[in-house]
Write a new protein. Structure first.
Length: 180
């Protein structure tokens, strides 16, 4: 799941930036907000792709797993919303209040990181095992191709810029001409 490599990179970079942000500084707060929003948007888009393309395949073989993953997607979205809901409030506080609320933003984002890591691990262990056992390599490639073709060229450049540097050289070589 090369895409997960890129998403983990975004999660870790965002958590690191938020941890070092001086929330009393409007410029630093703005940079943190922009990076967090971009990360959460990627996570949302990835979940949408899974909901549209992957979960129907999983449901064919394991309806319970598909339902559990769909429920996790809803919870993960709520966790992201809990982070995003605080940014507008940040502008209403003085420096001390901004620092306190910034700490809460960072804490909530770290919970997103923790939840996303557990979810991705589940997908990598359970979903991959299920799909590899039930689908042929050409069927898995076709599923991947359906996801890729649903992403416009400009957006794919953003995904490529995130994912490709997150992969080891052997994994990049194994992917070759195939897309993420």
């Amino acid at each position: 799941m090369p895409i997960h490599h890129g998403l983990r990179r975004s999660l870790f970079e965002t958590a690191t930036l938020l941890g070092s942000t001086d929330f009393a500084s409007p410029a630093e707060s703005e940079a943190g907000e922009q990076l967090a929003a971009a990360c959460l948007e990627l996570l949302h888009e990835h979940a949408d792709h899974e909901d549209q393309f992957v979960l129907p395949e999983i449901e064919r073989f394991s309806p319970d797993l598909a339902a559990a993953l769909a429920d996790e997607h809803v919870e993960l979205e709520r966790a992201g919303d809990a982070v995003e809901s605080l940014w507008p409030r940040l502008r209403t506080f003085d420096d001390l209040g901004r620092a306190a609320l910034g700490g809460e933003i960072g804490r909530r984002f770290r919970m997103v990181v923790a939840s996303q890591l557990l979810h991705m691990d589940r997908e990598e262990r359970e979903v991959n095992t299920l799909l590899w056992a039930r689908l042929s390599d050409p069927e898995i490639a076709a599923l991947n191709d359906r996801i890729i073709t649903s992403i416009g060229p400009a957006r794919m450049k953003i995904w490529d810029a995130l994912v490709l540097p997150s992969l080891s050289r052997p994994l990049r070589a194994a992917i070759g001409q195939r897309r993420l």
